[in-house]
Design a protein around this ligand. Structure first.
Ligand SMILES: Cc1ncc(COP(=O)(O)O)c(C=O)c1O
Length: 433
């Protein structure tokens, strides 16, 4: 901090200042623009711990303890009675690493509060359970992650909570699906794996008109590219195992929203034993320090790869929100001014062609790994992994064909990714290695 001058140097005192630096200085001179950017806020996340002698750790320490020791029964009572803010009791109820993660994500998403969870699915389930009970109804995007569809079908249905799946990019269909007992409208900001981008402000207004809440799974976009609460969402969820963690090491989830909603979600997470562990919370936070830079690189690389694939013979369709033919192009232009993240899906026409390509792609150094958002490029096969539990008809209805391949474009040099893919595609098509 001390290295940044409070008052920028007047231009005439440094005539050699290059244009880019001058632009920065001009922005700094406008007090309204001085609020730290998301890039700065993430770079400075979870600073330090308490003093150890005359210094303190720069990075937040890991609090790997199951339980906390108290000086008296009165202090324990104070915790239970909510009179001891910042105090911790037992790992399932929270700890400083969880609190830092929650504060960081509430800030980045622009929400009042956040509750961390053991996984993305736990976060989604707890968010829903904070709102719905037996007799209520959820409308969800048919194009969501398969695990969410299965959660509604296999668990919520048994609890007497009905749901209707719709195409969330069709606002009329969404309106028609809403009932008097609909409490939640759930969508993904960028859907998995077809990368559809529903019109969040319009959906928020439909939900509001019908007395329901809009829940947005923001896993594919991250708060760097999209902040659904600014567009009217009430609840935002993430799988931390994806872009937020960023290196395929942290496992967890987060649910963000108003204090009342999040208190409700947190209570469910604690009762169900679905909170995150300290180590995963700490690891996710380390990953988030580079989130802004990574999202910039993922987005730029995916753009390059999508355009290269779009010209490639043997590919029936490329799904990427910024491509000219994408059905949600107008929404994307309005809601995603800085990019759409690192996911690109493409169709090679048949299951046999997909399997041949997956083998070649992993031979070329792009692993077949059924998750996403690692720093390195990976591929996945939605019909055989994330959407395997759906019937053939359900998969067809959302475009998850047998030839669909989902690419998670990493932050390597884009030329290297395109070269590896091109080689694999050529070998898979011609058989010539
Ligand atoms: C968009 C999306 N949401 C939620 C989840 C579930 O997250 P988790 O695996 O952390 O439970 C996934 C998992 O792949 C996902 O892709």
């Amino acid at each position: 901090m001390a290295e940044t001058p409070e008052v920028p140097f007047p231009e005439e005192q440094c005539p050699q200042t290059p244009p880019a630096a001058k632009a920065i200085l001009r922005r700094v001179e406008q007090p309204a623009a001085r609020a730290p950017s998301a890039r700065t806020r993430t770079a400075r996340l979870a600073e330090g711990g308490s003093l150890v002698g005359r210094s303190r750790p720069l990075a937040e320490p890991l609090y790997q303890t199951t339980v906390w020791a108290f000086g008296s029964g009165d202090d324990v009572d104070a915790w239970y009675e909510g009179r001891a803010p910042g105090t911790h009791l037992y790992y399932r109820n929270g700890n400083p690493n969880m609190a830092s993660l929650e504060a960081a994500l509430a800030d980045l998403e622009g929400g009042e509060s956040a509750a961390s969870a053991g996984s993305g699915m736990a976060a989604i389930a707890a968010g829903f359970l904070a709102i719905v009970g037996a007799g209520d109804h959820i409308v969800a995007d048919r194009a969501c992650y398969g695990g969410t569809t299965v959660l509604l079908r296999e668990e919520f249905a048994r609890l007497g909570i009905e749901h209707t799946l719709v195409d969330a990019t069709d606002c009329d269909a969404v309106r028609d699906a809403m009932r008097t007992n609909t409490r939640v409208l759930h969508v993904e900001s960028i859907s998995n794996p077809l990368l559809r981008c529903p019109d969040l402000p319009r959906l928020a207004s439909i939900a509001r008109d019908r007395g329901a809440l809009l829940s947005v799974d923001n896993t594919f976009a991250s708060p760097i590219l999209m902040r659904p609460i600014e567009h009217g969402a009430d609840l935002v969820t993430h799988s931390l195992a994806k872009y937020l963690g960023g290196s395929s090491v942290a496992v967890g989830g987060i649910v963000i929203g108003s204090r009342g909603l999040i208190d409700g979600a947190r209570a469910r997470l604690v009762r169900l034993g679905a909170t995150i562990g300290a180590f995963d919370a700490w690891m996710a936070l380390q990953g988030m320090k580079t989130l802004a830079l990574r999202m910039e690189a993922h987005s730029a690389n995916a753009r390059a790869v999508a355009h290269a694939l779009d010209r490639h013979p043997g590919i029936a369709a490329v799904h990427f929100p910024e491509l000219p033919g994408h059905p949600d192009r107008a929404v994307v232009g309005r809601l995603y001014p800085t990019g759409c993240g690192g996911m690109v899906s493409f169709d090679v026409g048949s299951a046999a062609a997909a399997r041949a390509l997956l083998a070649e792609v992993s031979r070329a150094g792009i692993p077949l790994a059924p998750s996403l958002a690692d720093t390195r490029t990976t591929v996945s096969y939605p019909a055989g992994t994330s959407h395997r539990a759906l019937s053939l008809a359900e998969r067809r209805a959302i475009g998850v064909t047998d030839g669909l391949i989902r690419l998670s474009v990493g932050i390597e040099s884009p030329e290297d990714i395109v070269t590896d893919l091109d080689r694999a595609l050529r070998v898979a098509r011609t058989g010539a290695r």
